[in-house]
Ligand binder design. Structure first.
Ligand SMILES: Cc1cc2nc3c(=O)[nH]c(=O)nc-3n(C[C@H](O)[C@H](O)[C@H](O)COP(=O)(O)OP(=O)(O)OC[C@H]3O[C@@H](n4cnc5c(N)ncnc54)[C@H](O)[C@@H]3O)c2cc1C
Length: 402
């Protein structure tokens, strides 16, 4: 007998699991299906790039343990893609051909790693670091390798480079900008993080937008065009950004721009379909890319989907800024609402240094609008509150004893 689901959630990660959980918390008798095309129960993606040097068990980072799905009566599909949404018949079509009738859908298909065009012989031998299964393959290949090239100097590239270095490889880290993690950190934090990488023997190459690869799998050379340098390696990892996964949404005829367009209740252009996380484009045009935001959007979308079925009023999602962080080689780097290089002149910078700790506060009209910090992890919650609540600078100084 076919189950008629109140909610079918497509994508089992931050957005998807929290959509299912919130729907059930709001209406415990809801019939919910959660569809994931990955090979294990949904897990905390944030952990995998930080943990592969020591290795991890398949379910070590589970968001909810396996019994939770049974207890909550969530019908969980793993290794199963949602192939299409038949909006006229209100059915989600799975890769197996099975069809799930729905009353509402939450799309939480996330983002996929960007890759450049690659020579055919190598395309199966380069790595990305998005799924646990990919990271496990990367870890196995790293065990057979002496040297790695990591392309991409964002947080993910930095984490992967650090882990490979911890595994004993010679690591070349290549970026197309003039400093590390430029989209998240201010120049001083970039310089500090670069120092930490250099101290640990990682070789850094900046301003390198173009490279060529020659050779065979596990024995190739990456030629950096601008510097004219050849890097020999057995392992090549790309961490050059992510693109929202919108295929299913687009072929279902939903409104898509950079991501799937939603209003603040997270409803898409179809009133029975919601979207959350790295694939949803908010009404201000932004697409968030942090775990916390995907989680909060998932929860809001799941609850609103059930409210819609019941004809109840929708609650808007409210974006609250969350810190970005990078913990590498025992050092902790934090950033929240730091103005970008072009806006920098509109703020006064107040800088406080004690030992290896550093706080940089961006102040306007006497209030804290942005903050970057190094090695003061215990007080990151206070740093976050200071920015979100725009504390007067004196309060920051006295509370953090700067
Ligand atoms: C390695 C790594 C480390 C990160 N570390 C941090 C961090 O420290 N802090 C932080 O805030 N953020 C971090 N991020 C970003 C954060 O993980 C994402 O913002 C978050 O995972 C987004 O959640 P999501 O649910 O929108 O999508 P995703 O996590 O991308 O998950 C989407 C899921 O949907 C599946 N899917 C896609 N299409 C289909 C389909 N048709 N049918 C079925 N399933 C489908 C995908 O396979 C995937 O499992 C990290 C990202 C990566 C890749």
């Amino acid at each position: 007998l076919e189950t008629d689901f109140d909610l079918v959630v497509i994508g089992g990660s931050a957005g998807g699991t929290h959509a299912a959980a919130a729907a059930l918390e709001y209406a415990p008798d809801s019939r919910v299906a959660l569809i994931s095309d990955e090979d294990r129960i949904p897990y905390k993606r944030t952990k995998i790039s930080k943990s592969f040097a020591k290795g991890f068990d398949p379910d070590e980072f589970a968001i909810y343990d396996a019994p939770w799905y049974a207890q909550q009566e969530v019908t969980l599909y793993t290794k199963t893609g949602a192939r299409a949404i038949d909006r006229d018949r209100k059915r989600v079509v799975l890769s197996s051909g099975e069809e799930l009738p729905y009353r509402s859908v939450v799309l939480a298909t996330g983002a996929r790693p960007r890759l450049p065009e690659l020579p055919g012989t190598l395309s199966d031998h380069v790595f990305t670091a998005h799924r646990a299964a990919q990271i496990e393959r990367l870890q196995q290949a790293a065990r057979r390798s002496d040297a790695a090239v990591v392309i991409g100097m964002g947080i993910l590239g930095a984490e992967v480079a650090e882990q490979l270095c911890r595994m004993g490889l010679t690591v070349h880290l290549v970026g197309n900008r003039s400093r590390m993690i430029p989209r998240t950190f201010d120049t001083e934090l970039s310089e500090l993080i670069e120092g930490v990488f250099r101290e640990n023997g990682v070789k850094l190459y900046f301003d390198e937008p173009e490279h060529e690869i020659e050779g065979e799998p596990y024995d190739f050379t990456v030629h950096l065009r601008r510097a004219g340098v050849d890097l020999s390696a057995q392992l090549l990892v790309y961490a050059i950004g992510l693109d929202p996964v919108v295929d299913v949404a687009r072929s279902a005829g939903l409104s898509v721009d950079t991501g799937v367009k939603v209003v603040w209740s997270l409803r898409t252009s179809d009133p029975a379909i919601y979207a959350a996380g790295d694939m949803a484009q908010l009404p201000d045009g932004s697409v968030t890319h942090l775990w916390r935001h995907a989680m909060e959007q998932g929860a809001r979308a799941g609850e609103n989907a059930i409210r819609a079925i019941r004809g109840e009023e929708q609650e808007p999602y409210r974006f609250v800024p969350f810190r970005e962080k990078c913990k590498v080689f025992g050092h902790y780097f934090f950033s929240l609402c730091v103005p970008d290089d072009r806006q920098m002149s509109a703020y006064e910078l107040h800088r406080y240094e004690r030992g290896d700790r550093l706080v940089r506060a961006y102040v306007s009209g006497g209030a804290v609008h942005g903050l970057s910090m190094v090695n003061d992890m215990d007080r990151e919650k206070l740093c976050m509150a200071a920015v979100r609540e725009q504390w007067p600078l004196e309060s920051l100084v006295s509370t953090l004893e700067l």
